[in-house]
Design a protein around this ligand. Structure first.
Ligand code: 5AD
Length: 348
């Protein structure tokens, strides 16, 4: 238990210490202790607030071929769609009326959406909804493109690093992609003044405790304002179709650890967590998460944004279920708020 004390007191872990900590993932006393400490420190910075982000999955075309992902370019069975600008604006209007004050534009790396088109979209949304934050989640771009989006008004950027271990990165991605390029994007984004989200899947094929220890070390080095973590879930049209899914328990454990390493971090209880466990979202909050990201995409396209099998897209997951989600969050002892929900610390 010494190692849990160390984390709770110092908010840091070396690679070796992280490995030691990861031996306790199935120890109920350690799990409970970390969750208690995580919830306590979150309360110190964010009170009982839970922030919401309206997720708009605006294109599932992708030129990349990440081996785990259902919308990878090489998957010829994926039924492709992209939303028109008016449709995206309709999603925002719907979301705004429901109380969302952050819109996340997420998509595959779709060459149709040139840098100029993305900048135009961001400008349009910011002009219409100046009190809202715009988050982009559209993959690896040049520094110039990131600057253009930032000048257009984008506030935040989500780009999971996926794994901080070189070998593991190669197992998950084709030869054209590299961990180095990924990290460079994240540092560029930080440098340009974005609130940045990194993150990784829990239990992706080939992930070892050493990989996870390296993820935790990398997060301490990058100091992102947001961290997205969800269990890996196999997709039937990928080489990993037969691999086991990642564990909900390990995901919850890591949520608590990341909350303690980066006390002010914005930490979503992810859709993948909700897909693996009907109570995943609430359990995420109880482990230290403070963000939920319901889906604002048009219902007709939801099934097509098929990252992994059985991805939930209705009920509380969706904008239509928002009231129900609000009640669930309230009965878990938290308050779903209509705010931008910015990172609360000085930018680093
Ligand atoms: N299981 C879980 N998460 C996945 N993602 C992509 N494919 C899967 C999968 N099979 C995650 C990646 C990506 C994010 C948008 O979705 O981490 O960054």
């Amino acid at each position: 238990m010494e190692i849990t004390e160390k984390l709770i007191k110092t908010h840091s872990l070396s690679r070796e210490e992280a490995l030691e900590l990861l031996k306790h993932t199935k120890d109920p006393a350690a799990v409970a202790k970390l969750a208690r400490a995580a919830v306590e420190i979150r309360r110190r910075y964010y009170g009982d607030k839970v922030f919401t982000r309206g997720l708009i999955e605006f294109t599932n075309y992708c030129k990349n071929n990440c081996y785990y992902c259902g919308i990878r370019g090489g998957n010829l069975h994926a039924v492709r769609y992209r939303l028109a600008e008016e449709e995206i604006m309709d999603c925002c209007r719907n979301g705004y009326d429901l109380g969302f004050r952050t819109f996340v534009l997420q998509g595959g790396e779709d060459p149709f959406y040139t840098d100029e088109k993305i900048a135009g979209l961001v400008k349009g949304i910011k002009k219409r909804y100046p009190d809202c934050a715009v988050t982009l989640s559209i993959g690896e771009k040049t520094r110039e493109a990131y600057r253009m989006f930032r000048d257009a008004g984008a506030d935040r950027y989500l780009l999971r690093h996926e794994t901080a271990n070189e070998e593991h990165y190669k197992r998950l991605h084709p030869a054209g992609m590299s961990l180095r390029a990924r990290k460079q994007c994240l540092y560029d984004l930080k440098d340009l003044g974005y609130q940045v989200g990194a993150g990784f899947m829990v239990g992706s094929p080939g992930q070892t405790p050493e990989c996870l220890a390296e993820d935790l070390v990398f997060l301490q080095e990058l100091k992102p304002q947001m961290v997205g973590m969800g269990p890996f879930i196999p997709h039937h049209d990928t080489r990993f179709a037969g691999e086991p899914a990642g564990s909900v328990e390990l995901t919850l454990f890591l949520l608590s650890v990341v909350r303690l390493l980066l006390p002010k971090v914005l930490l979503p209880a992810t859709t993948a967590l909700g897909t693996m466990d009907p109570c995943g979202r609430e359990r995420g909050l109880e482990a230290g998460a403070n963000v939920v990201m319901p889906n604002l995409s048009p219902v007709k396209n939801r099934k097509q944004y098929d990252l992994y099998d059985n991805k939930i897209c209705t009920g509380e997951e969706a904008a239509e279920g928002f009231e129900c989600l609000r009640q669930k969050v309230a009965s878990a002892g938290y308050r779903l708020v209509s705010e931008r929900g910015d990172f609360c610390g000085a930018d680093e």
